[in-house]
Design a protein around this ligand. Structure first.
Ligand code: PMV
Length: 311
C-alpha cells in the first residue's frame, strides 16, 4: 500500500442538451478544468472522511453522501477491509450543475485504487461513478459520469456508444455561479410530469433541444460561428424556461451576460439555481462579461476556453 495516494478528477460543463438528454436526445458536455477535486488517501485506524462538506467516520456519513459511502464501502471490502483516511479537497462548488458529485466519486475511487496499488480501467471507474450517481440522483442520464471519467468533450446519447467531440477552433465561455443550490432532482422529476401530462406541448420542446445540440455540434466541429451558436444557446434557454427548470437567479445573470456582449447564454446542468454558461467572441469580451457578472452578484465567475490545445 502506498503511504499517501492521490486521485484527481475534473468537473464538467454541459454546453447544451441538459434535461433533453434524459429522454434520449444528445447533449454536449466538456470537462471543466478550472474546477478539480483532489483526494488524498492515507493509512488510518478507523476509516474516516475529511472534506468541506463532511468530517467524520464513514459510518456516520449523511444521506446526501449515500452514493459515495456505498461505493467506498464496497471498494474497501474488496481490498480486504483495510482502514483509510480519505481527505477530499474540492474547488467544485457543490450542487451547482458542475458535476461535483461525479467528480468527488471519481477522485475517491482513483485515490483508493492508487492507494491499494490496483489497476483501474475506465470501464470500472465508470461503473463506480454511475453507481454512486444513481444512489445520489435517482435516474441520472449518465452524462456527468461519462464526462468526468473520460475527461474529454463528449457527445452523449443515453444507452448509445460514446462519441467524442473535437473542437475545431477555440471557443471562449464565461461561466457564473448564481450561488443558489441547483435542484436537479426536482427539476428532472417536474419535466417528467410535464411530459406525462401534456406530451403534445412538451415533447416537441425536448426534440427541439436535441436539434439545437445537433446544430451546435456541427459549428464546433467545422467553422465556429459564434453569433449563430450564441443564438442557439439562448434559444435553448428559452425552451428550458418553458420546461420550468430556469429561475430568476439564472435569468438575472443570463441578462447581464447578454447585455454585456455575450453572443448567447443559458443555464448549465439541472437548473433552478446553479450556473450559467455564456459564449463570447474572444478573451477581451470574456473579461468584460466576467466583470459585469461579478458586479451583477454572481457568487463565482470563471473564464473558460475549449478547443485546439485545450482538449
Ligand atoms: O447534475 P446536473 O445538475 O449537472 O444535471 C445533469 C443534467 C440533467 O440532464 C439535468 C440530468 C441528467 O441526468 O442528465
Amino acid at each position: 500500500m502506498a503511504a499517501l495516494a492521490t486521485g484527481i478528477a475534473t468537473a464538467k460543463l454541459i454546453l447544451c442538451g441538459e434535461h433533453a438528454v434524459v429522454y434520449g436526445e444528445p447533449a454536449i458536455s466538456v470537462p471543466f478544468s478550472q474546477a478539480i477535486v483532489k483526494t488524498d488517501v492515507t493509512e488510518a485506524t478507523e476509516t474516516s472522511f475529511s472534506s468541506a462538506f463532511f468530517e467524520g467516520s464513514l459510518d456516520e456519513m449523511p444521506a446526501f453522501l449515500a452514493g459515495i459511502k456505498e461505493i467506498t464501502e464496497q471498494i474497501l471490502r474488496r481490498m480486504g477491509d483495510k482502514k483509510v483516511m480519505i481527505n477530499v479537497m474540492s474547488d467544485v462548488p457543490i450542487g451547482r450543475g458542475l458535476g461535483s458529485s461525479a467528480a468527488v466519486a471519481a477522485s475517491i475511487v482513483r485515490g483508493l485504487y492508487v492507494y491499494f496499488k490496483q489497476p483501474l480501467t475506465e470501464k470500472e471507474l465508470l461503473h463506480w461513478v454511475n453507481q454512486s450517481e444513481k444512489i445520489a440522483h435517482g435516474k441520472p442520464s449518465g452524462v456527468d459520469a461519462v464526462t468526468v471519467v473520460t475527461g474529454k468533450p463528449v457527445w452523449f446519447e443515453k444507452d448509445k456508444s460514446l462519441e467524442l467531440i473535437h473542437f475545431n477552433q477555440k471557443a471562449h465561455f464565461v461561466v457564473a455561479d448564481t450561488g443558489v443550490p441547483s435542484e436537479t432532482r426536482s427539476a428532472v422529476l417536474d419535466v417528467g410530469h410535464l411530459l406525462q401530462n401534456d406530451p403534445q406541448l412538451y415533447q416537441p420542446m425536448i426534440i427541439k433541444l436535441g436539434d439545437i445540440s445537433r446544430e451546435i455540434k456541427k459549428y464546433f466541429e467545422t467553422n465556429l460561428d459564434v453569433a449563430q451558436v450564441g443564438l442557439l444557446m439562448t434559444e435553448a434557454q428559452k425552451l428550458l424556461e418553458k420546461l420550468t427548470v430556469s429561475d430568476a437567479s439564472l435569468e438575472k445573470l443570463i441578462r447581464t451576460a447578454l447585455e454585456n456582449g455575450a453572443a448567447g447564454a443559458k443555464l448549465t446542468g439541472g437548473g433552478r439555481g446553479g450556473c450559467i454558461i455564456s459564449l463570447v467572441e474572444n478573451q477581451e469580451s470574456a473579461r468584460k462579461v466576467a466583470d459585469a457578472l461579478q458586479r451583477g452578484g454572481a457568487a463565482r465567475v470563471w473564464i473558460f476556453t475549449i478547443g485546439e490545445d485545450n482538449q
